[in-house]
Design a protein around this ligand. Structure first.
Ligand code: 26Y
Length: 823
């Protein structure tokens, strides 16, 4: 309804065109005669940005006036993807833009395609943050995101001769979606030393002095809500030399180069996103990034709080801060420092405020992804923070000691400091101790953290501190934007687009699952999406794929625990089977296209080997005349958010096949099902809850259960161990050189055969292959398949990030939406 009353939208397509032309001719200083698609994109974005910023201003005023609690989502990653399409949709004026652009001679799809993805994230964790921002704004919560404005986002992936090559992603050349706030800056201190003195009351005062200062500059990105004027803010910090830091001494004494070098060193802090996903490398610059971002954000949050002139004890009533994994955990220490060192509060009072302010979300149980920082590094970079961590730990361990007297083992296990050589600060322990709630991201995962990595903390704090909030995805981007035809078909049956605000309304389409015309349209939409992907495959790889074949997709970061290696071994098994059949027998086989996509961390050797094998298999299989359309193997280069929007709607089957107990939740599983694809998967992460919602008949589950994994691993090492016979044949084919130089792939083979098969590839292989055969059979029954597809979509309402954000708001943040009156 607000659209009808809004004052900030375009009146009509002419109003929109006027703005576009104005931006082309003035802001871009071009003429309409040489306005290409890139310029049309720029002008169109600027026109929408102008609208957004008006609503952004009003929203901020409304929130300030209401003076109610705000939530701050601290994340080192925001994987936003493209903004224009989303802005047009959320503002509700895509039709106007489409008509206006058409009159100016452009197709809106082509204009949208011009935009460079904002790729300030690695994978699931970063994309979740982006979905959360969309839901927070759409549900009218007063919320800010805080992150880093990386000059280089996640690298672009090129595949050259079957190998991954990384290319820097310089994305800021032209970014109409950000507003530099050169007036909003914070000086951030590093290094230096601490002096302590006793004041007149006998109180110890610590002062952190010396070191160097770097300036944080705010860049604001407006986040429009869907079908509401609420427009929230994502504030990204960029690093710059502090004015005093540009060394005029050196400058005047003729050392110009070195004074410029200082400048560049400061800018390095926000230069690049670390491309590791679920793998901690402990680099000093990363710790610097974390403190820089956290200190700037807290300064900003505290400054805003102080404007209300409330007493400090009300801070947690006004401010909720969510830690997206442990990456922002220094915020706990920084807030304690502000309260104790700078504001003069007592330790106890300050610590109460701190713990009531923070919530911590854990996204992984993998030990190699749990952050630890060495004590000497801390001592060097953040000397005062190290002292505070030791104090926090002391008080914490004293409380543990009171509860578990004389249990030295317990103290050692829960301590924030690991007594190793060198000593390490365990960030997850600090995050738990410094927060009032800790949550996992799917039921199984939340249970697992309580029984494994954080078991002792459940005993120390009691079970109520730990909770679950199952992840969700925004249906605006992942249904309506990615799959406009499906969205339209659904709205024709639910009676409106309201399902985009309340996804449980999807249930209504189940009434039509036997409706012939509906089913036909349903199937046609999937086919059209597959045709579009087939064209992309042809254009980017040169391979022809048949859109009638079963499209089997696994797109996600490459990681051993996600088991792309099992998938490609399965593909090889299929290839060997096909080769062993007579041409007659082969014809009975279900044609398949196995589609892979995903980036490997640049230093992750095994992940790169997996990419190489997928490409090597493709090179052989795709050119084998015996095989033809029966099997194609495709690796799609540079998987990212905008590619996901095209790939996901085109899948018949997607693979979510992590070793049980390793994938915290997964969120693409939700996106695939929401777009009418079926899943083959393990009993892991959110797959379990997806199964509960859509029904066991609608998903292909296989493999060992999480509860058995530990015993099986133990048996690998101490019991008898044999590789699955079908997998042995796959290894033999590789070792014979069927896919090129066998030595290139020995790492993957020996991980299974000689190094304990940590991810249970062999244990699950048979069940995986059998289940793939069930998939073939089910797919041949197209009518049955369509029924599964419709039922699944109808039952996906639970997985909206709107539901998820409402659970955080109620169970962790204690905030309510801010009423928005029609303007
Ligand atoms: C320590 C550092 C190098 C690090 C950087 C990135 C550690 C972890 C990550 C990223 C983790 C991540 O993306 N986790 C994923 O979070 C999703 C959202 O909750 C889950 O759905 C997914 O299962 C989990 O792997």
């Amino acid at each position: 309804a607000w659209l009808a009353h809004q004052t900030s939208g375009f009146k009509d397509k002419d109003g929109f065109e006027t703005e576009v032309v104005r931006h082309v001719e003035t802001t871009l200083a071009r003429s309409m005669y040489n306005c290409d698609e890139q310029a049309a994109y720029s002008a169109c974005s600027l026109a929408f940005r102008d609208r957004l910023i008006l609503e952004w201003n009003r929203t901020q005023q409304r929130q300030t006036f209401a003076d109610s609690k705000r939530v701050y989502y601290l994340s080192l990653e925001f994987l936003m993807g493209r903004a224009l399409d989303n802005a047009m949709l959320n503002i509700g004026q895509k039709d106007v833009a489409k008509a206006g652009l058409a009159e100016l001679g452009f197709r809106i799809e082509d204009v949208i395609e011009q935009e460079h993805d904002a790729a300030l994230g690695n994978g699931g964790l970063g994309r979740l943050a982006a979905c959360f921002l969309d839901s927070l704004a759409s549900l009218n919560y007063s919320a800010w995101g805080y992150g880093l404005r990386y000059r280089y986002g996640i690298f672009k992936q090129e595949i050259i001769d079957g190998y991954q090559v990384e290319v820097p992603d310089y994305w800021l050349d032209f970014n109409p979606w950000e507003f530099p706030r050169h007036d909003v800056t914070v000086d951030i201190q590093f290094y230096g030393h601490v002096t302590k003195r006793t004041d007149d009351n006998g109180k110890t005062i610590a002062t952190w002095e010396g070191g160097e200062i770097v300036k944080a500059v705010a860049y604001d990105v407006p986040i429009p809500g869907y079908a509401t004027p609420s427009t929230n803010n994502l504030r990204l910090w960029s690093s710059k030399a502090a004015s005093g830091e540009f060394d005029f001494q050196k400058f005047n004494s003729g050392d110009y180069e070195n004074s410029v070098a200082d400048q560049q060193r400061a800018e390095t802090i926000s230069a690049v996103l670390y491309p590791n996903d679920n793998l901690d490398r402990g680099k000093e610059l990363r710790l610097k990034q974390q403190y820089f971002w956290v200190a700037a954000s807290l300064y900003d949050i505290v400054r805003r709080f102080k404007k209300s002139r409330r007493p400090w004890k009300e801070f947690p009533d006004q401010v909720a801060i969510q830690l997206n994994d442990t990456h922002p955990t220094l915020a706990v220490v920084e807030l304690q420092r502000i309260l104790v060192d700078l504001e003069g509060l007592d330790w106890e009072e300050a610590w109460n405020i701190v713990t009531n302010t923070f919530g911590y979300t854990n996204h992984t149980v993998l030990p190699e992804a749990l952050e630890k920082w060495s004590v000497p590094l801390f001592q060097h970079l953040l000397p005062r923070h190290l002292q505070l961590i030791y104090d926090i730990n002391l008080f914490f361990l004293q409380s543990v000691e009171r509860k578990f007297p004389k249990d030295r083992e317990m103290l050692a296990r829960v301590s924030i400091i690991e007594e190793s050589q060198p000593k390490m600060v365990r960030m997850a322990h600090l995050a738990i101790v410094g927060s009032h709630k800790v949550n996992g991201v799917a039921e199984l995962h939340s249970d697992l953290i309580k029984t494994t990595i954080f078991k002792d903390f459940v005993e120390v704090f009691g079970p109520d501190k730990f909770t679950n909030v199952t992840n969700g995805i925004t249906p605006r981007r992942w249904l309506h934007q990615a799959n406009p035809r499906l969205s339209e078909l659904i709205s024709s049956k639910t009676g409106s687009q309201n399902f985009l605000k309340d996804l449980t309304e999807l249930a209504k389409i189940e009434h039509y699952k036997d409706d012939k015309a509906f089913r036909k349209e349903w199937a046609e939409i999937k086919y059209a999406n597959k045709v579009r992907l087939a064209k992309h495959i042809k254009k980017t790889t040169g391979v022809d794929v048949n859109p009638s074949a079963l499209f089997d997709v696994q797109v996600k970061r490459i990681h051993e625990y996600k088991r792309q290696q099992m998938n490609i071994f399965g593909v090889i098994h299929r290839y060997l089977t096909l080769k062993s059949l007579s041409p007659e027998e082969r014809k009975k086989f279900q044609p398949r296209v196995s589609i892979f996509g995903g980036k490997a961390a640049p230093g992750y050797w095994m992940a790169k080997q997996i990419i190489h094998l997928i490409n090597a298999v493709g090179a052989v299989v795709n050119n084998d005349k015996d095989i033809g359309d029966l099997l194609k193997v495709i690796f799609l280069e540079d998987y990212n958010v905008s590619k996901a929007e095209m790939i996901i709607p085109a899948s018949d089957l997607s693979e979510h096949i992590s070793t049980a107990g390793t994938e915290a939740s997964g969120t693409s599983n939700m996106k695939f099902v929401l777009n009418g694809g079926l899943i083959i998967g393990t009993c892991d992460g959110a797959n379990i809850e997806i199964t509960r919602e859509i029904g066991e008949q609608n998903i292909f589950l296989f493999g060992n259960l999480a509860e058995d994994v530990e015993d099986i691993r133990h048996n690998h090492t101490y019991g008898s161990y044999t590789v699955d016979p079908d997998l042995v044949k796959v290894f033999e084919a590789i070792e014979k050189g069927t896919f090129g130089e066998p030595n290139d792939f020995m790492g993957m083979i020996s991980a299974v055969r000689d190094h304990g098969d940590f991810y249970l590839v062999s244990d699950d292989f048979h069940s995986y292959i059998e289940t793939q055969e069930l998939v073939d059979k089910a797919y041949r029954d197209q009518e049955g398949w369509i029924t599964k597809s419709i039922e699944s979509v109808a039952r996906m309402g639970f997985f909206s990030s709107d539901r998820c954000i409402n659970e955080y708001a109620e169970g962790i943040w204690n905030i309510e939406p801010l009423a928005v009156k029609d303007q």
